[in-house]
Design a protein around this ligand. Structure first.
Ligand code: SAH
Length: 355
């Protein structure tokens, strides 16, 4: 175990067999050291900075039927909503006034938001907030869509791979294709986006082997961002009786992902804060370095329920800003409000010509 931990820390790699062995034999004492080494590794590239992204959840309509997600199309208990361009800009303006220079626009797979409409939204945001980075997270679209939105000024795209195991992926995503998800991720990277992949921990049927495949996938794909969170069962989905992921198991995955991909930006997810009041702080100490406070209007917050009992659904954006800042500082980190690009995307005189 000592040798494996050292190899992971010094060489940023392990084989699949080594990962599985490591997960099976992890003791509480070794876990603490793993977290400390992950924290140290993140500081090499990003110091103590915790990057802020204002999250705008602009539509909960979804044409997909993911088994775990509260927004799946078969869930008729959801009151569906869409924000219009003006609402979205107002949320961003509120965030901008609070100092945020990075916004994430997320939704279900809602094709009412056509390429044309999305271009209009991104163009207006870039015009009004030229020094802010824009991230989209709207699911699987065509390569042409991704290219057009990139050309309109979108900087980043979040599309978790959810699980790198084809069979597990297919059991959780009726009507969707593993190959298409992977193709989307590849297209996004080739186009030039800073890309976010990621997975859930504690999915029904997920084994150490599956988690090893997730870690090896992020190592190989080398996304700029990696979102890892616990699966939280939602009562209006087929997985309502599943057990779900734990904070501890998710922390191990965050720490290992940090060691496999030292320069990634990794969120301390809202799902972690939902399972444990200090879950996000724990994630920061295990290698995460991003937080995504919600900027969506209060009237729609509860309707964007991927899972239940989500935190911060009743809090004003300014309250979230203060609460998060207090937590980050108390955990020993520093709040960073700038665009927060991935280390490899920060412009220098040397790389100006390729970025
Ligand atoms: N439609 C977009 C955004 C999905 S929501 C897309 O396809 O990318 C963002 C993430 O929430 C998902 O990628 C998934 O990993 C996570 N999620 C969904 N349901 C969840 C649940 N019940 N528990 C925890 N995380 C969940």
């Amino acid at each position: 175990m000592e040798a494996l931990l050292t190899k992971l820390y010094e060489q940023n790699e392990l084989t699949k067999e080594e990962i599985v062995y490591f997960l099976q034999h992890l003791t509480p004492e070794l876990k603490k050291r793993l977290f400390r080494l992950a924290d140290e590794t993140r500081k090499k590239h990003y110091y103590k900075s915790v990057y802020m992204r204002g999250l705008i959840e602009f539509s909960n309509f979804c044409k997909q039927d993911c088994m775990y997600c509260g927004l799946r199309k078969s869930n008729s208990n959801v009151e569906r909503y869409r924000l219009d361009e003006e609402d979205i800009l107002a949320c961003a303006a509120e965030g901008y006034d609070l100092g945020y220079r990075s916004f994430v626009l997320q939704s279900g797979e809602d094709f009412r938001f056509t390429e044309e409409l999305m271009i209009s939204i991104v163009t207006s945001m870039k015009h009004r907030f030229p020094d802010a980075a824009i991230t989209l997270s709207v699911g699987e679209r065509s390569e042409d869509f991704y290219r057009a939105l990139y050309n309109a000024g979108t900087d980043r795209y979040l599309l978790r791979h959810e699980t790198a195991s084809r069979s597990l992926y297919e059991s959780l995503h009726p009507g969707m294709s593993y190959d298409n998800r992977m193709k989307c991720l590849r297209n996004l990277k080739d186009i030039g986006y800073q890309v976010g992949a990621g997975f859930m921990v504690g999915l029904p049927g997920q084994t150490h082997q599956h988690l090893a495949e997730d870690l090896l996938f992020v190592k190989e794909f080398h996304p700029e961002m990696i979102g890892i969170g616990p699966f939280i069962p939602h009562s209006a989905t087929p997985l309502k009786d599943a057990i779900g992921g734990t904070v501890e198991d998710t922390l191990v995955m965050i720490a290992m992902a940090r060691l496999f991909v030292p320069d990634a930006l990794m969120p301390a997810t809202t799902a972690m804060g939902t399972l444990d009041p200090t879950g996000r702080e724990k994630a920061l100490s295990a290698g995460a370095n991003v937080v995504m406070p919600i900027l969506s209007p209060l009237r729609v917050r509860e309707k964007y329920a991927l899972y239940e009992n989500k935190i911060c659904t009743g809090d004003e954006a300014s309250h979230c800003r203060n609460c998060i800042e207090m937590r980050i500082v108390a955990a020993g980190y520093e709040i960073e409000l700038s665009r927060g690009d991935n280390f490899n995307f920060i412009r220098t005189p040397e790389n100006e010509h390729v970025l």
